[in-house]
Design a protein around this ligand. Structure first.
Ligand code: FMN
Length: 183
């Protein structure tokens, strides 16, 4: 919930599944992957594409005003700049890309916060979005970004597959330029 977002628009929404019947229904939309029914809690992590609609903009303004973070001038700027950003889309292809960017950042924070309480999680993209939406009354304007089973893993679900070297994923000053670190 405290994850950052552009203009503080907070598009993430989570459906918390604890009932076995709900988890079984979800598993049918997720290739019957066993962690969906085995985990005590599963989150359906959604991104609401209506984040840039005036109703949400006004809610964010109201929130900021209550905390003294938004004054009238900044509120007016937001009312003008946010719709413009979503019209021009200089840094994202589609509304779906934008909601996914923000929701997955929130999910990443959530997974790390969960781990700090000793709770394991397993982000999942192995699901059929339209089926999940139909089964859980998710509006057309809301995307399912991932599923997140949460619980106490008895053992690692799979063997650690390793990660690329730092040199493969970090560049210096320009894409593809080697980053040299002096330790
Ligand atoms: C966005 C995303 C979607 C994933 N989807 C699935 C999935 O549907 N099923 C699955 O078994 N693992 C999936 N994984 C991988 C597992 O979550 C993986 O076990 C986890 O990332 C831990 O891997 P590690 O041992 O390499 O750290 C996904 C990972 C991410 C980040």
């Amino acid at each position: 919930m405290r994850s950052p977002s552009g203009y503080n628009l907070q598009p993430w929404r989570f459906i918390v599944l604890q009932d076995l019947a709900s988890k079984e229904k979800l598993a049918e939309c997720a290739f019957n992957q066993r962690q969906v029914v085995e985990a005590p809690v599963v989150l359906i992590c959604c991104g609401d594409r209506r984040a840039a609609e005036s109703e949400n903009i006004e809610a964010v303004i109201q929130l900021g005003k209550e905390l003294g973070a938004v004054n009238d001038a900044f509120a007016d700027y937001m009312r003008q700049a946010i719709p413009q950003l979503f019209e021009n889309r200089p840094c994202f292809e589609s509304l779906e890309t934008w909601t996914n960017r923000h929701t997955m950042l929130a999910v990443a924070h959530l997974a790390i916060a969960a781990k700090s309480f000793g709770v394991d999680s397993c982000p999942m993209e192995g699901f059929v979005g339209d089926r999940v939406k139909a089964a859980f009354n998710i509006p057309e304007t809301v995307d399912v970004c991932c599923l997140l089973p949460l619980g106490y893993a008895a053992e690692p679900m799979k063997q650690y597959g390793g990660r690329f070297d730092l040199a493969q994923v970090y560049y210096s000053e320009s894409y593809g330029e080697e980053l040299q670190l002096d330790f």
